[in-house]
Every structure is written in structure tokens, then in C-alpha cells.
Design a protein around this ligand. Structure first.
Ligand code: PEP
Ligand code: MG
Length: 880
């Protein structure tokens, strides 16, 4: 039997997302539930993949299955595609597994041509409607399928409206819209050199192929990258019988969420337009009415809508985002999906659904994307500064948060300002999907048009970017790059501030502060903590970072980079003296000057962490990073050391390395200069002894040796540490347990982990270096190379951000498997950047690490990712 590429809606269900895409699976499920759904069929995601990989062709088998499904649909609808008397019209829409709002293409009103449009006009007795549909179809088909830009049609349309003296589309008569469709066809012919295609079946196949190709468009690439959606998923195509919201004042179309997508409140949030088609709402072309108004305009439709949307929420056990159309007083649902929401809304909805008895805590924990928690850590306005500021206007509070920055008028400008390290606000008439990179780069987004469900609002909420939309008082001058609001004119580069929670706009730069964490967040994270077995530590170099991390739920420190402590104030001078010392004695004197600072830093960290585990790493980076650069720096150092600038420069040159990342760093420094390791070990142990005594606790320091590739290196450094510790404890009269372990960040350490484990009491995977060295790709230069690799689709994601399970991960797994038989109680963690990335956290859980360690602000993300890894682990629950 041949492969099934096409499913009628009545053949699928919600569990078939991988095959039918989210939209197709939900349309099938709603059909099963008996909701009023215009019927249709879905071409599978697999067909998309085969199309895109197979020379961009539909196979005969696919076409035959599409034909059969169409015949079936014609039977259900009682009308035929292209019929001159009573034509069936369909929509052709994309639908990937994960929703990608506005990223891919859609064609509506397909099936119209010069003849069937007349049939439609006669059959409905509504020529205005028929020609409105036709002119929309010509424009969408030309834009999406053929690539004739929509703006060319819009310009012609505006010219025509001006000529006949109307402002809004709905004032045009049928005759006039017929003229518009003639003008559009002429434009098409002029652009393409051929007549606008008249054969409906061909129109349909061409449109389906255009949707498949849209999976390959640049904005879809950007969106997938931002949302971790793999390329090989592909998109399905849904071909669905059209129902019409543009048939007059008893018709309309809208979008609604069963709960408030910005706050999570349990109240329907929706908007609709009378006498319009779906794209008018989503594109934000006209500003719509709130859903509550539907209760007055069409009470029976409103009641049915509320009843059915409630049914959908109960069925999916989640907040639903629905599109609906009313055709001459009859309600239809066009789609439903779990709605996108802000992080505070996600938490509130998850907690509320548990309290309402709809879902379990485990189900709640699976509902929030860990990366979204990042939004909770975004800034809010400083209250005093906000109170002192005066708002100059107000739009819709489309996506919460606070933003202040320089006004930019295009996505490119926003990107450029952000790349220059400055904050910006993207101000647009309305946003389109092409703006996505500029939206991501901006602190905030302000639009003149569009409602709460416009593209700008939906995308901004997904990204956690503050957005105020639909501020229609703004007079925009895109050409001059200025806008005027409440008598103030703002030019490019002027500062404004936006409050995404109230919709208020301010004509000044208002100071922002870190946000407070809500009660729902605490409740939710406590559930995640009950579930996970993987522990979460933090990378922290200062007592302040350590305290922030504890507030975010860190259970210990997985990495203190001691080198970061040497950049402050006059410490750098002392450190430079140490580096440029010519003899051991000179170096020891310089080190003695540094030791009190080190000890003080460590005491501060222990005081913050108390008995929580703390891993401190010995000096790691290449010494040239600390070298003086400017003449003034050399002169200051010369004055301090009594050497000449010349002498110091000669020494500095002698330390220069061609490839410092693979040079004199890590444990190699301790091999060359054992006195450095000795000083650090002394400071670590003394600090631990003193704080243990002062606080009446037992601190167990974990001393970590970086960049080990050979067990003898570790043994060498460990001997220094152990000897020093013994001396310190004898002098202080207090015994303390301490651990010595190593980072696994050189492939050879992973390959010989059984040997390394004979000396190491713990391993911490330094996946920044391990990735660098496994790929042979310099950390310092990777950015530019990787962006080419990602553009060329060689890597789908950046392996420095998300752990490469196949290569780097295989080394990690091998190291774990080799180490455990040698030392069954070896403690295993990760402290590379990957420790805060959800997919990498999952991998760490799978290979049986004890903990992950990440920067303080990512600790909540890692806690949730660890809980989700536990819940999706098919093996028996394993407690570490
Ligand atoms: C690592 O290499 O993963 C690591 C944590 O060390 P650093 O980034 O300091 O080299
Ligand atoms: Mg490293």
C-alpha cells in the first residue's frame, strides 16, 4: 500500500501532531468533538519534507491522494472547486508541529476565477462579497505563490480608493471591487508577462507547494532558531472549505484566548471585526472590537462561542487560542491551539489549572517552557522614576515588562543599534513577520495599528519583549523617520519608554530595575523541585552572585572562577607583578600580596553559601589576558616594580602565545609555577577553616583543577593542594574534610577518565572547552564561523550554546562510564555554559550527572528543565 500523504479532518486526532501539524491535528480533534468546523483535509509534514528534499516536486502519488481528498470534500460540501454556478472555495494554510504564528504562508478564497466569481456573486446575491474575495485572492496568490509583492497591489488599491473618494474598503461597491480585480490582474500580467492563472486545481497545487517552500523562507529559519524547532519537522498543509466573515454586517471574524494571555487571569480575551476576513485581524490592519461587544452585536453567537470555547479548554486542559468566523449568523471555529502566553501568565495558568482540579502538578510542570522563565527576570520600571514621569500617550498593553531606549523606525536600524550595545524601541505603523529580528533586538515595540492579537503582540509575548500596540494617536512619518504624539515630535535616536503592562508611553528614558518574583512562581518551582533528582548549582565568582543564585534556588556553587577576582581595583596591579616576576622569590612576594584578597573573597562566598557545596577552581586562563596593554599601564607597573617599561615589555612579549586557548593555561600554570596553586590552596582552606569556626559549621571545600588531560598532571597539582591543606590545618588546629577533583574539558581527559578517576574525587564537565576542543573550533572566533555554518544548514544550532549530544555528549558519557567502576562515589557535574540550557540539562540527567551548574539568572530555568527531564525519562526514576 502506498504511503498516506493526505488525511481528511475526520480521519485524524490531536495525537497526530507529528504527521498533521498542530493545526491539522486540532482540526481533526475538533471534528471528533462535533464542533462546527468547515471541513477539509491535511497534506502531511512528511510530504513537505519529501517535497523540499526531492527537487521541489509533488509526486504523482501525492497528487492522486490530493485529488481523491478534494473529491471527498466536494461531496461533503455539495459544491465543486471552480464550478461556474456554485463554486467551492478553500483556504490553503500551513501548520507545523509547533505553532509559528505569521511565519509561513496562507492563501484564502482559492477556487475563484473570472467565471466562478460570477457564479459566487449570483449564488450569494452579493456581488460586493464575491469581488472582495476575488481581489483578495489575486493579491494573496500573487504574493505568496508567485512572489509579486503585496505592496504593489496595496498601492494600486490605495490609488483606486483615493480616485473614487472612499476611505475604508467596506465602502466600495461590487462594481468597484470588480474594477479593482481587473486592475490587479493587469498588474499581474504586467509583472509576469502572462495572464493570472485561471485553473483552480492548479491554483491549489501551486499554493500547497508554496506553503511547503515557505518552510524554507528566511523568517521561518529565524523563528525556528529562536524557538528550537528542528528543520526536519516540516509543515503540513491544511486545505479547508472557506467560510466567510466578509458577507455583510451579520458576518465577522475574530481571535480569542480562553484566558488572558498577558496576565493569566481567567477571563476570555478576544477581538473581532465585523464584515472582514481573518487576515484583517491578525495583520492588525483595522483595530478590532473587544469580544464582549459580540454579546450585544450577536447574542446567540456569543453564547454559543462561550460555551464551545469552554468545552475546548476543558478538553485540552489548557488555555486555548482560537480563530473563528461568523458567516451570516452561523459560528465556525477555524482553529484552536494551546495559546502562547507570557511567563507570568504561563505560571498563573499552570497553578490555577492544578487548583481547579483540571491537571496534576506533574502536568503543570510540563506546561511551562523553561526558557520562558527568563522573562520573569526582565526589568521593570523603578517605581520612583515612574511616578515622576508623565505619560504622553497610551496604546494597548500587548506584552508586559518595561523598556526604555532609542527610537528606531526599521528592523535593520533596531538591529544596528542593538549591535552597537545600545537599547532601542522599535516604532512601526504595524509589524510584519519580516521585522522579527529587529523585534528580537529591541527592548520594546510600539505600533500604531493592531490589537492585542496582532502579529506584533503575539510575537512580542512569545519573546518576552515589552510591547505596546495600537496607539492610533501617533502620527507617523516613516519617510522622515519621525513620529508625533501629544504634540511632541520624536526623531530617530530620541529616547522613549514603554510600559507593556499598562500600555503607557513616556517621552523619556526611565530607569529600570530587576523584577520581583511572584507567588505563583514560588509555588510552581517548588513542584519542579519535588520532582527533579538532578541538583542545580551556580557559577558564581562573588558573594553577591552567590546570594542572587540562592534566591533563585541554587543548591551550591559548581564553579568559582578565581581569575575573575583579579580584575578589581588595584588587584590587577598586584596580579601583573606576579605574572611579570622573573624569579620564584619575586613571584612569591607578589603572591603574598594577593593572598589576603583571595582569602577575603572566599570567606565572603562561604558566608553566603554556608554548608552548601562550593567548588573553587584554581587559576585557569592564559596569563596574557592580564597583561598591561596601554603605555600608561606599563608605566604604572614600572613605577610599582622598580623595573623599566622596556624590561616589562620584553617580558610581556616573551609571554605572548600564538594560540593562548591551547597554551599556557589551566593546570599547566600550576606545573610551571607551583607557588600559584599553593597560594590559592592556602587561601581556600584558611577561609573555609575560619568561616567554619566563626559560624559553627563544617564547610567541605571542593578544589577543582582545570584543563587536565593526563592523570599525572592532576596528581602533581593535587599533591601541592593536599600538602598545603595539611600545613594550614595544622597551623589552625582544625581538621576539615575537603575534596580535590578536576574539570573534564580536554578530550583526552574523557578518553582516559578511568585513569583520571583514580585521583579525582569529582568531575565537572567544562563543556565550553570540551566543545571547543572536540570541534577544534576556537571559542574566541567561533561566532562568525558558526553563523555561516548555521546559514548553510550545516549546524542547526550553535553547539557552544546547546550541547552536541552526538560528539561532545558521547565523550561525556564515555567519561562517566569509565569513571564509575573505578570510583563508584565520584561526584559528577557540568559547569560549562550548557548547564543552563534545557536540552543540555536533559542530556546531563540522561547520562546520570549529579548536578548542573549555571549562571545565577539561569538557575530557575535549569531547575525546571531538570524536573521536565525527570518526567520525560522513560527509565525508572533514579535518585542520585
Ligand atoms: C568550561 O570550559 O566549560 C569552563 C567552565 O571553563 P571556562 O569557561 O572558564 O574555560
Ligand atoms: Mg574551561
Amino acid at each position: 500500500m502506498s504511503k498516506k500523504y493526505v488525511y481528511m479532518f475526520s480521519e485524524g486526532n490531536a495525537s497526530m501532531k507529528n504527521t498533521l501539524g498542530g493545526k491539522g491535528a486540532n482540526l481533526a480533534e475538533m471534528t471528533l468533538l462535533g464542533l462546527p468546523i468547515p471541513q477539509g483535509f491535511t497534506i502531511t509534514t512528511e510530504a513537505c519534507t519529501e517535497y523540499n528534499q526531492g527537487g521541489k516536486k509533488l509526486t504523482d502519488d501525492m497528487i492522486a491522494q490530493i485529488d481523491a481528498a478534494l473529491a471527498n470534500l466536494e461531496e461533503i460540501a455539495g459544491k465543486k472547486l471552480g464550478d461556474p454556478e456554485n463554486p467551492l472555495l478553500v483556504s490553503v494554510r500551513s501548520g507545523a508541529r509547533a505553532s509559528m504564528p505569521g511565519m509561513m504562508d496562507t492563501v484564502l478564497n482559492l477556487g475563484l476565477n473570472d467565471i466562478s466569481v460570477e457564479g459566487l456573486a449570483k449564488k450569494t446575491g452579493n456581488a460586493r462579497f464575491a469581488y472582495d474575495s476575488y481581489r483578495r485572492f489575486i493579491m494573496m496568490f500573487s504574493d505568496v505563490v508567485i512572489g509579486v509583492s503585496k505592496s504593489k497591489f496595496e498601492r494600486k488599491f490605495d490609488e483606486y480608493k483615493e480616485k473614487v473618494g472612499v476611505e475604508v474598503d467596506t465602502e466600495l461597491s461590487g462594481e468597484q471591487l470588480k474594477e479593482v480585480s481587473e486592475i490587479f490582474k493587469a498588474l499581474y500580467k504586467e509583472d509576469q508577462g502572462v495572464d493570472f492563472p485561471q485553473e483552480p486545481k492548479q491554483q491549489m497545487l501551486e499554493s500547497a507547494m508554496a506553503v511547503f517552500r515557505s518552510w524554507d523562507n528566511p523568517r521561518a529559519f529565524v523563528y525556528r532558531r529562536m524557538n528550537d524547532i528542528p528543520y526536519e519537522w516540516g509543515t503540513a498543509v491544511n486545505i479547508q472549505m472557506m467560510v466567510f466573515g466578509n458577507m455583510g454586517d451579520n458576518s465577522g471574524t475574530g481571535v480569542a484566548f480562553t484566558r488572558n494571555a498577558a496576565t493569566g487571569d481567567k477571563a476570555m480575551l478576544g477581538e473581532y471585526l465585523i464584515n472582514a476576513q481573518g487576515e484583517d485581524v491578525v495583520a492588525g490592519v483595522r483595530t478590532p472590537l473587544p469580544i464582549a461587544r459580540l454579546a450585544e452585536d450577536m447574542p446567540a453567537v456569543y453564547d454559543e462561542f462561550m460555551m464551545l470555547s469552554n468545552k475546548l479548554e476543558n478538553h485540552y486542559k489548557d488555555m486555548q487560542d482560537m480563530e473563528f468566523t461568523v458567516e451570516e449568523g452561523t459560528l465556525y471555529f477555524l482553529q484552536t491551539r494551546n495559546g502562547k502566553r507570557t511567563a507570568p501568565a504561563a505560571l498563573k495558568i499552570a497553578v490555577d489549572l492544578v487548583e481547579e482540579g483540571m491537571i496534576t502538578k506533574e502536568e503543570a510542570v510540563m506546561k511551562v517552557d523553561p526558557r520562558q522563565l527568563d522573562q520573569l527576570l526582565h526589568p521593570a520600571f523603578d517605581q520612583a522614576a515612574l511616578d515622576a514621569a508623565e505619560s504622553i500617550g497610551k496604546g494597548l498593553p500587548a506584552s508586559p515588562g518595561a523598556a526604555a531606549g532609542k527610537v528606531c523606525f526599521t528592523a535593520e536600524d533596531a538591529k544596528a543599534v542593538a549591535e552597537a550595545g545600545e537599547r532601542c524601541i522599535l516604532v512601526r505603523l504595524e509589524t510584519s513577520p519580516e521585522d522579527i529580528e529587529g523585534m528580537a533586538a529591541a527592548q520594546g515595540i510600539l505600533t500604531v495599528r493592531g490589537g492585542m492579537t496582532s502579529h506584533a503582540a503575539v510575537v512580542a509575548r512569545g519573546m518576552g519583549t515589552c510591547c505596546v500596540s495600537g496607539c492610533e494617536e501617533i502620527k507617523m512619518n516613516e519617510e522622515e523617520k519621525t513620529f508625533t504624539l501629544a504634540g511632541h515630535t520624536f526623531a530617530e535616536g530620541d529616547y522613549i519608554s514603554l510600559d507593556g503592562s499598562t500600555g503607557k508611553i513616556y517621552g523619556e528614558d526611565i530607569h529600570t530595575v530587576d523584577p520581583e518574583i511572584s507567588g505563583d512562581f514560588g509555588t510552581f518551582m517548588a513542584w519542579a523541585d519535588e520532582i527533579r533528582s538532578l541538583k542545580v548549582r551556580t557559577n558564581a565568582d562573588t558573594p553577591h552572585d552567590a546570594r542572587v543564585a540562592i534566591d533563585f534556588g541554587a543548591e551550591g556553587i559548581g564553579l568559582t572562577r578565581t581569575e575573575h577576582m583579579f580584575f578589581e581595583g588595584d588587584r590587577i596591579m598586584k596580579f601583573r607583578k606576579m605574572i611579570l616576576a622573573e624569579t620564584v622569590e619575586e613571584r612569591e612576594v607578589a603572591l603574598a600580596g594577593i593572598e589576603p584578597f583571595q582569602k577575603q573573597d572566599f570567606k565572603g562566598i562561604y558566608e553566603a553559601m554556608l554548608e552548601r557545596p562550593v567548588t573553587i577552581r584554581l587559576l585557569d586562563p592564559p596569563l596574557h589576558e592580564f597583561m598591561p596593554h596601554t603605555d600608561e599601564e606599563f608605566e604604572a607597573l614600572a613605577a610599582e616594580t622598580g623595573k623599566t617599561v622596556e624590561e616589562l615589555k620584553v617580558k610581556a612579549t616573551s609571554l605572548h602565545e600564538l594560540n593562548p586557548m591551547m597554551g599556557h593555561r589551566g593546570c599547566r600554570l600550576a606545573v610551571s609555577y607551583p607557588e600559584i596553586a599553593k597560594m590559592q590552596a592556602k587561601a581556600i582552606i584558611e577561609a573555609a577553616v575560619e568561616v567554619s569556626i566563626e559560624k559553627g559549621i563544617e564547610i567541605v571545600p571542593e578544589i577543582m583543577v582545570p584543563l587536565v588531560g593526563e592523570v599525572k598532571e592532576l596528581r602533581f597539582v593535587k599533591n601541592i593542594v593536599v600538602e598545603t591543606a595539611k600545613e594550614v590545618m595544622a597551623a589552625k588546629g582544625k581538621e576539615l574534610k575537603f575534596l580535590v577533583g578536576t574539570m573534564i574539558e580536554i578530550p583526552r581527559a574523557a578518553l582516559t577518565a578511568d585513569q583520571v578517576a583514580t585521583e579525582a574525587e569529582f568531575f565537572s564537565f567544562g563543556t565550553n572547552d570540551l566543545t571547543q576542543m572536540t570541534f577544534g573550533l576556537s571559542r574566541d572566533d567561533a561566532g562568525r564561523i558558526l553563523s555561516d555554518y548555521i546559514d548553510a544548514n550545516i549546524y542547526e544550532v550553535d553547539p557552544t550554546a546547546r550541547l552536541d549530544r552526538t560528539g561532545v555528549g558521547a565523550l561525556m558519557q564515555m567519561a562517566v562510564e569509565k569513571a564509575l567502576p573505578v570510583r563508584s562515589d565520584i561526584h559528577l557535574g557540568i559547569c560549562g555554559e550548557h548547564g543552563g540550557d534545557p536540552s543540555s540539562v536533559e542530556f546531563c540527567h540522561i547520562i546520570g550527572l549529579d548536578y548542573v551548574s549555571c549562571s545565577p539568572y539561569r538557575v530557575p530555568i535549569a531547575r525546571l528543565a531538570a524536573a521536565q527531564a525527570q518526567l520525560t525519562d522513560p527509565r525508572e526514576t533514579r535518585k542520585h
